[in-house]
Ligand binder design. Structure first.
Ligand code: GLP
Length: 238
């Protein structure tokens, strides 16, 4: 069952930041699965505020990011590596040696998978694509999938073009954690913000169906998952 919280954005981010604060109080060396995209930015801002007030520390935290574009240098402003430096890592006391990103080099993929299997994630953060993807597990992804290089869906390329100067510049492939990797996490937090997530959320909550046509429906099988949805994205939900 998916727990659902629908609130104003700022309240949502405060609620989620509190979950992280409690987690890190109990286990300072928690393993966090992190996400990129516009949805988690407000959460990262809240976490930075807590850090500045000395109410949270990331000193011992270990992180694993969900995904990374292929054929973009790490230093490119659109790489998810750059995103994490800019929106969180350089603003808190994390040891960057404890931060991990999926390699876009096929030969190194299995190392990331092994590391993930040895480090069970305490809280996995997710966004959601307007097509129901989680990480870059696009519609049609296998429920047993692990870390791999994937071809991006046409819808994803269109959605993510807003960060690039033209749609032609959006990478067509990415390295992504698989659905099996995500489901292994002890707790899952999914953030959905904005109008363009309303339709897919409506479909997910319409019934009990689990289908890889909407990869996020697989989360219905997870024992501890909460969707944090703003009022616009949740307009069709009760
Ligand atoms: C990308 C990422 C996903 C993310 C999704 C939604 O495609 N690979 O992990 O959840 O975008 O992004 P946004 O929050 O910007 O809508």
């Amino acid at each position: 069952m998916i727990n659902l919280v629908i609130k104003k954005q700022d309240e949502l981010f405060k609620d989620i930041a509190q979950v992280y604060q409690e987690q890190l109080k109990v286990k300072a060396n928690s393993i966090l699965g992190l996400a990129t995209g516009s949805s988690p930015i407000g959460l990262y801002e809240e976490l930075i505020k807590l850090y500045n007030k000395q109410e949270i520390s990331f000193k011992e935290v270990i992180t694993f990011n969900l995904d990374e574009y292929c054929n973009l240098a790490q230093t490119d402003k659109n790489s998810y590596f750059s995103f994490m430096q800019e929106n969180l890592f350089t603003k808190v006391d994390i040891n960057t040696q404890n931060t991990n990103f999926p390699p876009t080099d096929e030969a190194k993929i299995s190392e990331y998978e092994t590391k993930l299997q040895e480090n069970i994630i305490d809280i996995q953060l997710l966004g959601i694509g307007s097509n129901g993807h989680i990480a870059f597990n696009e519609p049609g992804s296998n429920f047993n999938s692990t870390v791999r290089i994937v071809d991006l869906d046409e819808k994803t390329i269109q959605d993510n073009a807003r960060f690039f100067t033209s749609v032609e510049e959006v990478p067509t492939q990415a390295a992504s954690m698989g659905l099996a990797d995500i489901m292994r996490a002890k707790k899952i937090i999914l953030i959905a913000i904005g109008e363009n997530k309303a339709e897919v959320l409506k479909e997910i909550f319409a019934n009990d169906e689990i289908t890889n046509k909407i990869p996020a429906t697989l989360l219905k099988n997870h024992p501890d998952v909460t969707f944090y949805v703003d009022e616009v994205a949740g307009k069709y939900l009760k």
